[in-house]
Each structure stands twice: as C-alpha cells, then as structure tokens.
Design a protein around this ligand. Sequence first.
Ligand code: ADP
Ligand code: MG
Length: 238
Amino acid sequence: MAAVSFKNIHKSFDKAKVIHGIEFDIADGEFVVLVGPSGCGKSTLLRMLAGLEEVTDGQIVIGGKVVNDLDSKDRDIAMVFQSYALYPHMSVRDNMGFSLRLRRADAATIGKRVDDAARILNLTHLLDRLPRELSGGQRQRVAMGRAIVRDPQVFLFDEPLSNLDAKLRVAMRAEIKALHLRLKTTTVYVTHDQIEAMTMADRIVVMHDGIIEQIGTPLELFDRPGNLFVAQFIGSPA
Ligand code: ADP
Ligand code: MG
C-alpha cells in the first residue's frame, strides 16, 4: 500500500485553476521531491496534503485513508517550516514540545520525545536556549525537531532551506538526508532548486503550470528527460 496517494487532484482559487488532475503514489519510506518553477503549484499541492488548503476535486489518501475531510491536526503528518517560524520567546525545548502540548500529551511523554529528538539532531546542549541565541543551522535543526517529536507517518518540507546561505544550505541537505536514512519516514520535499532535487530525492516529480511533466529517479530524469521542459529545467544552472 502506498503511504500517500494523490488521486486526480484539481485545485482552483476562485476562478483560477492552478492544479489540473495530479495523480501519483508515494511508497512507504520514500523521499519524494516536488520540483518546478515558482508558481507551478508545489506549495498548493503540499498544503492540500497537509490539510491547510481544501481540495477542489479528487482524493488525497494517507496510509490507505481518504483524508479530504480530515482536519490538518488530525492528519498523521508533520510539516517542517523555515527556521524563522520558530516561536522567538520560547526555549528550544518548548519550541520542540509545543505541538505535543497542543495535542495534550502528558509531560513525561513530551520530555522523552523532546530528549530523543534533541539527541538525534545534536541539540541536547542547546535545549534551554532561545532561538535568537542559535546559529542558522541550529535553528533549522530545531525546526526539524518540532516535526520529529510527533513521529508522524509523513514529513512535509516546503523550501526549508531557502533563507539559508549557500554553504549552510548544502550542509543542511546532507543533514536532512542523514535523518531520513535514520528514521526512514516517508517524506515529501518541495524545492524550486533542481540541484537540491537531484541530490536529495529517491524520486523527483517535475511540475509545471499545475501538471506533472515527469516522475522518475534523478538518474532517469537526467538520462532520459521526457520532454524539452524537463531537459531544460534539469539541465539549467540553479
Ligand atoms: P509554488 O509553490 O510552486 O511556487 P504555489 O502553489 O504557491 O506555487 O502557487 C500556484 C498558483 O496558485 C500560483 O499561480 C499562485 O499565484 C496561486 N495561488 C496560491 N495560493 C493562492 C491563494 N491563496 N489564492 C489565490 N491564488 C493562489
Ligand atoms: Mg511554494
């Protein structure tokens, strides 16, 4: 069974149609990257999966269950935002525990989950700091920690590295990949950066104007681009 299925997904904002019948499955444990130029519908697709945006037509299935009518907080997913979305007045510990507190987990569970995630992410010595007392890379790891503590079925990332400098961005790609190898959580990762897609993905979904141009492994797309758009997009410098 697929971890996630998009079944003939359409999306309109008022009269503007922005997603036109997107259909694909994501296998359990797979790291899938949605890539494509700005405005092609990547965030909208991810936000529909997260329950942050209504589906106009079609079905979204997570773990075999149609989730169209399920509230975002009741979906077994966790979204990793850019690091500036941390709560500035809360310690690292409280930032990481916050979503569990919202879901009324008990203090002992929250403490253990936060400690475990901090260990995985090398944040143990920073748990009592405030976000402003951290480096950019440390902040991004806290942003990931907030998702990890939930131990969700699916991680969603929407351009998490786009406000980091080039060197840190490359380092964080490796950290996110290492994390995925360790946890093996199904991941949907959005970027407009084809190099990021090529280096991180098990499979890449190339989007353009609300449709899928091609789906394949990085090697398949590189060796056999299905059309001119894919060839030009994959082949162009970042
Ligand atoms: P991407 O993430 O690939 O850059 P988006 O999913 O953000 O693209 O946007 C896809 C299209 O939908 C764009 O044309 C954008 O202007 C439009 N769009 C996104 N969100 C809204 C909204 N809340 N209201 C109206 N149009 C929107
Ligand atoms: Mg976007």
